[in-house]
Design a protein around this ligand. Structure first.
Ligand SMILES: Cc1cc2nc3c(=O)[nH]c(=O)nc-3n(C[C@H](O)[C@H](O)[C@H](O)COP(=O)(O)OP(=O)(O)OC[C@H]3O[C@@H](n4cnc5c(N)ncnc54)[C@H](O)[C@@H]3O)c2cc1C
Length: 265
């Protein structure tokens, strides 16, 4: 690990000041960043720890849905009564991330800022058409994930919260990579006021919407309709865990299981 300066501010403004004018990074749960630093894959002059900013941890419900503070841990999202009531699929998604230590340390803000191509939250954010709030603006889900570990965030931009609108029916199903517990393929299906949306993770360099399955589910919201879709293999990952053809086929299979889970809720 390279040497770095460490600051732990107690307000958003102090965090932004600490991050300004330096090669700084925010530190949330440290479940991705600290590993990358220990492996010397990431280097920063300064870490600005967000853990003492209480108002980044709140979860509240209102007419727009449920708004989850960036520093809410996966465990707190999984057990929160408002998330379970308004977006139970997101509570289940959070409860299936990693292991207890990861769930008690890792945060929603850190997960989506990190934009790991196999992370669970990005599929949920896309399917629910969530809104990402930062210290500067709001970002629509469709504009947020821009590439492999790349997002629309600008240097120093702080995610403050994520709003998930209520869905009529939704579920997230993950086909786990057994060693890491990340998604080999993860699919979140949500029937929303704006139509059916399907977010996929683990299959490409970034999470994406499976519009082919969305179109099929708009006509018939059934497991069979999802399973019948033959997903194109263009841009799909191929590695020792599975070929592009296998992963493409699994997107439809996992989507069909997500539809079945959503209908059973
Ligand atoms: C063993 C293991 C298993 C895991 N399994 C899964 C899994 O099954 N599914 C899954 O989705 N994830 C999994 N993860 C990843 C886990 O969810 C992490 O919590 C997540 O990737 C990063 O969140 P964090 O809060 O730890 O962020 P950190 O590691 O602290 O930060 C990650 C990045 O986000 C930036 N950042 C953090 N907060 C903000 C903010 N508010 N605004 C702007 N930038 C910010 C940081 O600067 C850094 O670049 C696993 C991790 C481990 C170690």
């Amino acid at each position: 690990m390279y040497a770095f300066d460490y600051q732990r501010p107690t307000s958003r403004d102090a965090a932004k000041s600490a991050a300004a004018g330096a090669d700084a990074r925010y530190l949330a749960g440290g479940q991705s960043l600290i590993q990358a630093m220990r492996l010397r894959l990431s280097q920063s002059e300064r870490l600005v720890d967000l853990g003492a900013i209480a108002d980044l941890k709140t979860i509240k419900a209102d007419a727009s849905g449920v708004t989850i503070g960036a520093m809410a841990t996966h465990a707190s999202v999984a057990s929160n009564a408002d998330v379970k009531r308004i977006a139970p699929a997101i509570a289940e998604l959070a409860g299936g991330i990693g292991d207890p230590m990861v769930r008690n340390m890792g945060t929603i803000g850190g997960s989506i800022a990190n934009a790991d191509p196999a992370a669970c939250y990005p599929a949920g954010v896309l399917a629910f058409n969530a809104t990402i709030h930062t210290d500067r603006r709001t970002i629509a889900a469709d504009d947020f994930f821009t590439g492999l570990w790349e997002t629309a965030l600008q240097p120093g931009e702080l995610i403050t919260a994520v709003t998930f609108p209520a869905a009529q029916k939704a579920a997230y199903v993950k086909y786990r990579q057994p060693a890491s517990r990340f998604a080999l393929i993860g699919v979140c299906v949500a029937q929303t006021a704006g139509g059916v949306r399907v977010g996929v993770t683990g299959a490409k360099g970034r999470a994406f919407r499976a519009t082919e399955i969305e179109n099929a589910l708009a006509k018939s919201f059934t497991p069979g309709a999802a399973k019948a879709v033959k997903m194109p293999t263009g841009g799909i990952n191929a590695d020792l865990h599975g070929s592009a053809e296998y992963r493409a086929a699994m997107i439809s299979v996992i989507a069909s299981r997500a539809v079945a889970a959503a209908l059973a809720r």
